[in-house]
Design a protein around this ligand. Structure first.
Ligand code: FAD
Length: 299
């Protein structure tokens, strides 16, 4: 039987009017009408099966690629990251990871298991589920180059085992069966690559010098256009340091927008639009968002 969220019995936690600013790396965003933290896969399955089919569902990782508008998110935000953190070696070169596992932990454990190329995952501050949804990548590596299979859950709470052939994967873009979300990924690594903690350390040090890592951001705002870099185009358009309210185009890396001083999501979205329009006017290049912008415009 379908039920309104407030009448549903769950083992996990149901929070109402949960501020999404606590769940995004930009530290902005209005409230989620309902924020569900399931206690187990069974809890998640029965919640989804019982949920009214008209209720919007938004799947949340840890919000490192997310701009939630100040009006917040209607319906249910599912935050299944805490209970999906398993990581196991299936055979010598194959690893199975829960969607809630931080990518940094996947990278570090693979290095201990002498599996590579895996260190690029350490450059991605989100979860395995977020990396699967975004085809996240860094330092020449991309998530889906490593995927052998995934497990998903659908709106009815049914679990599916799916192969990469069932998804269309591109640069920071993944399209698959509608109304399904990742709960696990199985990854295959190369037998002949020997990654090391030193490589990882050097890679992270390089990030520290080129990116504003101490300040709230969402990483790269725009995808790189073919044959060029968004950061170069934004810098050449004279936008480094440009501010709207508390949002600022980073002076360290022009494709980052930082929450410099109590920015709102509206400030950030307006700045994103200003950058997009200016780059189009100056260079004739239409930049595409890498960040996902969701939620309602405030009334
Ligand atoms: C400082 C910094 C540096 C960054 N550097 C990089 C980088 O080098 N390379 C890179 O690719 N990204 C980078 N990012 C962006 C971000 O970390 C990645 O896009 C990451 O994959 C997002 O994961 P998340 O768990 O935070 O997802 P979220 O931001 O919570 O969600 C992002 C999208 O994925 C969807 N999603 C999340 N989990 C699931 C799931 N289980 N099933 C289905 N859909 C899901 C959400 O609905 C949303 O649409 C950076 C971000 C920051 C803040």
């Amino acid at each position: 039987m379908m039920a309104a969220v407030a009448d549903m019995h769950v083992q996990g936690e149901l929070r109402y009017n949960e501020p999404m600013s606590s769940h995004t790396s930009w530290r902005v965003g209005g409230p989620a009408e309902t924020f569900f933290v399931p206690a187990s896969i069974d809890d998640l399955s029965s919640f989804l099966a019982g949920l009214d089919k008209d209720t919007p569902i938004f799947w949340h990782g840890v919000g490192t690629n997310l701009l939630v508008r100040d009006g917040g998110l209607p319906g249910v935000v599912v935050s299944a990251t805490k209970m999906l953190r398993h990581l196991e070696q299936v055979d010598r070169y194959t690893v199975r990871a829960g969607a809630g596992l931080p990518c940094t932990q996947l990278a570090r454990q693979c290095i201990r298991w002498e599996l590579g190329p895996s260190e690029f995952f350490a450059g991605i501050p989100g979860t395995v589920g977020g990396a699967l949804a975004m085809n996240a990548g860094a330092h020449g590596g991309e998530t889906w180059e490593r995927v052998e299979s995934v497990r998903t859950i659908d709106r009815d709470g049914e679990i599916h085992e799916r192969s990469p052939a069932e998804f269309t994967v591109g640069y920071r873009s993944v399209t698959g069966p509608a109304n399904e979300w990742f709960i696990e990924g199985t990854f295959h690594f190369e037998p002949d690559v020997m990654p090391s903690m030193d490589t990882l350390k050097t890679m992270l040090e390089r990030r520290k010098t080129t990116q504003p890592l101490g300040l709230p951001s969402c990483g790269s705002v725009f995808r790189n256009p073919p044959g060029d870099y968004s950061a170069r185009l934004i810098e050449a358009a004279g936008l480094k340091g440009h501010r709207i309210g508390g949002a600022e185009v980073s002076t360290k890396h022009a494709n980052f927008i930082i929450n410099r001083d109590e920015a709102t999501a509206t400030n950030i979205e307006e700045l994103i639009e200003h950058v997009r329009q200016t780059v189009l006017d100056v260079h004739g290049v239409e930049l595409q968002h890498e960040v996902r912008i969701v939620g309602e415009v405030p009334a």
